[in-house]
Design a protein around this ligand. Structure first.
Ligand SMILES: Cc1cc2nc3c(=O)[nH]c(=O)nc-3n(C[C@H](O)[C@H](O)[C@H](O)COP(=O)(O)OP(=O)(O)OC[C@H]3O[C@@H](n4cnc5c(N)ncnc54)[C@H](O)[C@@H]3O)c2cc1C
Length: 369
């Protein structure tokens, strides 16, 4: 049996950030993932946007950790010379009624500490993005894009340099609490004995929590998988900002937006539909919906939209539910001292990842003190 003080489960952006953060205090730490390398799921299948933080309920973890994560992430990317760009983002109102939504974002953003937001007239918006169709816009200069692969690679290297071990092809199948220790079993027959377990298992985080004894029904912690597809267009060359419509009023997703990658290439998405299995296959049946959504703010011929990629969100919010926050909890109150569950880490999880890691370290410190 292996003995280690801290076991982190999941080498997505969140698990890597948590491992790096905790290894700074104590490198007696192993990070495991069931896949052959880091970031094989949600952390590599997303928009790669550094969000500003104006969408979320004030006081929520999403609001707080997004705003804090935004500046932590820019600092990290700059100090490690990792590819990123502060493109800024424009949310467009395409009719008069949507202007009140922009005003609402302005209010939320101000409370949440989003810097330098500015309401713009149609003329001001089109001065920045002449092709965009709108009646008004909201400019968020602190939004940007980054290379998530380079980010995760850097986190992994830094965690290892601090003395942590990162092991791939290790799938956790069982977690048993024994006095002040956890016995964690893997598909390959290995068993680790550890004091602290950090559950950063993304799409499977609820299942891992259940292995440790959390009742998902009574705690309302069952995750819902919500898929999103992207289309790209190689014909559009002259857009400089990320362009978003106002978000879906039910809060399921942000609306089919235009993002840029670091080469300036354009893609649209993601849409959102709930699924009951993890399958990243492109379904290609939503093209018409995409076309209608995009053409509300940009003229793009249907033939210019090509299938691109897909990703799946780990949401606590089901199809009929309202806003759900990130669940990040040290589980002493469930008799599981030293277990931290991170469940429902959907967007803005990437933006928030470094702030989430600090928050987790603070929860563990609180438990110790
Ligand atoms: C379509 C889409 C667009 C998004 N866009 C953005 C965006 O622009 N900006 C933003 O901030 N956020 C965005 N997000 C959210 C962001 O991508 C996620 O919040 C973040 O990537 C979650 O990271 P994670 O480490 O929690 O999960 P993951 O990256 O999924 O990592 C979890 C890891 O746990 C491992 N694992 C699971 N079970 C086990 C087990 N039993 N044993 C061992 N290992 C296990 C998995 O293999 C996986 O590697 C988007 C999400 C989606 C789906």
């Amino acid at each position: 049996m292996e003995q280690v003080k801290t076991l982190v489960i999941g080498a997505g952006a969140v698990g890597l950030a948590v491992a790096r953060e905790l290894a700074q205090d104590d490198p007696d730490l192993v990070l495991v993932d069931k896949e052959p390398s880091f970031g094989r799921h949600t952390s590599s299948r997303n928009s790669e946007v550094i969000h500003a933080g104006h969408y979320y309920q004030p006081g929520s973890l999403k609001a707080r950790l997004c705003a804090e994560g935004n500046s932590l992430l820019y600092n990290f990317l700059e100090s490690n010379a990792l590819p990123h760009k502060k493109t800024g983002k424009i949310i467009v109102a395409t009719n008069e009624a949507e202007i009140s939504v922009l005003n609402k974002y302005m209010e939320l953003g101000t409370i949440n500490g989003v810097p330098d937001m500015r309401m713009m007239s149609k003329a001001e918006t089109q001065a920045l993005e002449p092709r965009v169709k709108c009646v008004a816009g909201l400019h968020l200069p602190s939004t940007g894009i980054f290379d998530t692969h380079a980010f995760m690679q850097c986190l992994e290297q830094q965690a290892e340099k601090l003395g942590a071990f990162v092991v791939y092809g290790m799938e956790v199948t069982q977690i048993q609490k024994q006095a002040d220790r956890y016995l964690v079993s893997f598909t390959n027959g290995d068993v680790f004995e550890c004091e602290q377990v950090l559950n950063c298992a993304g799409l499977w985080a609820d299942q891992v929590a259940q292995m440790a004894g959390i009742d998902l029904q009574s705690s309302s912690l069952k995750q819902h998988w919500c898929k999103g597809e992207y289309y790209k267009s190689t014909k559009i060359k002259d857009i400089k900002h990320l362009i978003y419509p106002v978000a879906d009023p039910a809060g399921i997703f942000l609306g089919i937006h235009l993002t840029l990658n670091l080469n300036g290439e354009v893609r649209f998405g993601p849409n959102a539909f709930y699924v009951d299995r993890i399958d990243y296959q492109f379904e290609d049946k939503y093209l018409e919906d995409f076309h209608v959504s995009v053409n509300r703010y940009l003229d793009v011929p249907l033939v210019d939209l090509e299938p691109d990629d897909t990703g799946i969100r780990a949401k606590l919010q089901g199809p009929e539910d309202g806003f759900r926050d990130f669940y990040i909890q040290e589980e002493s109150s469930h008799g599981l001292c030293g277990l931290v569950n991170l469940i429902g880490i959907e967007s803005p999880g990437l933006t928030a990842s470094l702030a989430i890691a600090r928050h987790v370290a603070a929860l563990l410190k609180l438990k110790r003190d």
